[in-house]
Design a protein around this ligand. Structure first.
Ligand code: TXA
Ligand code: MG
Length: 553
């Protein structure tokens, strides 16, 4: 037994440059010492699994509750029979497919595995890690290595040697630097002693992969929910809050656009955000940590613990985290985030169906919008949003002033003054539109996703010129014969036929809408009420179509 002074001198091994590193590291294990080992999931705090004293030291160094069992690491499935009994055939099938790799199997233990290691259980977790250095160290030591994640209990698991040094320097004999972990979340744990097999902890191997080999796999309640005080999870470690940052954490699930919009709506100046890479720009001015691209769950797994750790060094008052859905590695990433949040989770909901509406005046837009509202749609009127922004959005006011001089007075935008600049000069008008659209599109995007409605209609004359069409799943051009429109405008606005005619002629022709819109709705109804019903049927049909398309996607 190595003499355990306090503090110890922790030796850092760099096996790629040190010739004897593997042999010397194995010697620490054989001598009953503690060694930080790299694996593909997270770094582990290893000791000889068969040596009770060494195992006891693991619990002490980590500050880990004694009833929380350790898993043992073996170099191949050939060692299963040595430490487990009644090994079912599926264990070998899993090992063939996924070992070495991020999968831990719970099996009945043999007597030679001390109860100290298994936390008093008659079962033992076994895993073959996918890291050449650690496999070599186990082979050289000739004994299985018991290793929990190498963090102090309650802290995020370490994914670099540096993290391990932060938590364990002076407490253990050595740390083997094997580079950053490729997977970043711990192994998937499946209990093979029950029927059907049960997922105890989601991890680096997706549940879907397990099901390919095992068929039915039950998911333990502790994976998705906070357990009651009296409930005991099957993996004792799942009852502990993994990592509790100083600041409270809120996890926001749902479509990434929705979760980003939700978080933007909640953020106070001193709050921090864990977000997908694409949304980093939405949280400018806040301390953020990027989780990886929304679609790249492996990147998210790699970053999740680091993201949580980073906030330790800040004084944010609240942390909001975007969360992937449960597919693939998303189940493990979400589980780690939710545990850090004490399962404080908000569902921001599904992405709404966004329909753009455009067309010339007098075509019956009001009735069409009413029909969409009857279907549960929320209408965003671009013109109204623009006018509101002119009053309240400092950025827009600044941009306009920079481009066109001081066109605001105490009553707001001086339209005459701005009009005299832009209506005489087509280039100036184009510049003005560019300035407006650059602010308007993000503002509308924010409103689209912050609204809880399942359907959002964007009402915009310049749907295409502004680029708002890119937010829309469908774009509907509302058309009506010119003569009908002239009569409607005359009646509606109380103007002469001549003037109404001029206005209609000044607008874009039907061809524009037929060329750009995904759908055309012609108002040839005799009354507004009749057209509203026609529009209602039209949108019903469209929504049904989109649902069918989504089912095929
Ligand atoms: O990826 C990993 O699994 C990492 C690396 C180092 O291999 N290790 C790791 O160990 O995450 P640890 O101790 O942090 O997590 C192991 C989990 C704990 O929640 C523990 O309660 C559970 O496995 N466990 C261990 N033995 C068990 C058993 N016999 N039955 C049920 N759960 C068990
Ligand atoms: Mg752990």
């Amino acid at each position: 037994m190595i003499e355990r002074g306090n503090p110890l001198k922790t030796r850092i091994f760099h096996p790629e440059t040190e010739k004897n590193a593997i042999a010397e590291a194995a010697e620490i294990i054989r001598g009953g010492g503690l060694l930080g080992i790299p694996t593909e999931t997270v770094y582990g705090l290893g000791a000889n699994a068969l040596n009770e004293e060494a195992v006891k030291a693991i619990f002490e160094a980590k500050g880990r509750p004694q009833d929380n069992p350790l898993i043992i690491h073996v170099p191949s499935a050939d060692w299963l029979e040595r430490y487990c009994k009644d090994v079912p055939a599926v264990a070998y099938a899993l090992a063939r497919r996924f070992w070495p790799g991020p999968l831990t199997m719970i099996l009945p233990r043999r007597e030679n595995v001390p109860l100290r290691t298994t936390g008093g259980l008659e079962t033992v977790g076994v895993r073959c890690p996918d890291h050449p250095l650690t496999l070599a160290i186990i082979e050289a030591a000739g004994v299985p290595i018991a290793a929990p994640s190498g963090n102090t209990s309650g802290r995020p698991s370490p994914t670099t040697a540096q993290h391990m040094i932060e938590d364990m320097d002076g407490k253990i004999d050595g740390i083997v630097d094997g580079g950053p972990c490729a997977v970043g979340v711990e192994s998937t744990i499946v209990d093979l002693t029950v029927t059907p097999p049960r997922l105890l902890r989601p991890g680096g191997l997706p549940l879907e992969s397990l099901r390919e080999v095992l068929g039915e796999v039950a998911v333990d309640k502790a994976v998705t929910q906070k357990l009651g005080d009296r409930e005991r999870p099957r993996a004792p470690g799942m009852k502990y809050r993994h990592y509790a940052p100083k600041a409270p954490v809120t996890v926001v699930t749902g479509d990434p656009e929705r979760s980003a919009a939700y978080i933007r709506g909640q953020l106070e100046p001193n709050d921090g955000v864990i977000c997908f890479d694409e949304y980093a720009g939405d949280f400018a001015g806040h301390i953020i940590h990027k989780l990886g691209p929304a679609a790249d769950r492996l990147a998210q797994a790699r970053h999740v613990f680091d993201a949580l750790r980073t906030f330790d060094a800040t004084d944010v008052s609240h942390i909001y985290a975007q969360c992937p859905d449960d597919a693939g590695l998303g189940l493990a990433v979400g589980n780690r985030l939710k545990k850090a949040a004490g399962f404080h989770v908000v569902d921001a909901g599904k992405r709404p169906l966004v329909i753009g509406l455009t067309g010339p005046t007098g075509a019956g837009k009001t009735s069409a919008l009413a029909a969409l509202e009857r279907l549960g749609g929320c209408i965003l009127d671009c013109d109204a949003v623009y006018h509101e922004m002119l009053r309240t959005d400092e950025g827009l006011r600044r941009d306009i002033t920079e481009a066109f001089g001081d066109v605001f007075d105490e009553r707001g935008l001086n339209r005459q003054k701005l009009g005299s600049i832009v209506f005489a000069d087509p280039e100036a008008l184009e510049r003005l539109n560019a300035v407006i659209y650059a602010r308007l599109v993000p503002a509308l995007r924010q409103r689209v996703y912050a609204s809880a409605a399942p359907i959002v209609g964007i009402d915009a004359i310049n749907l295409f010129e502004s680029g708002l069409d890119r937010l829309c799943r469908r774009t509907v051009g509302l058309l009506a014969p010119a003569e009908v429109r002239i009569r409607r405008i005359m009646a509606r606005d109380g103007i002469s036929e001549e003037y109404a005619r001029l206005r209609v002629e000044a607008q874009k022709g039907e061809d524009f809408y037929r060329a750009h819109c995904t759908d055309i709705l012609v108002n040839d109804a005799a009354s507004a009420a009749e057209f509203e019903n026609k529009a209602y049927a039209f949108f019903c049909h469209m929504i049904k179509q989109i649902k069918e398309e989504s089912n095929h996607e």
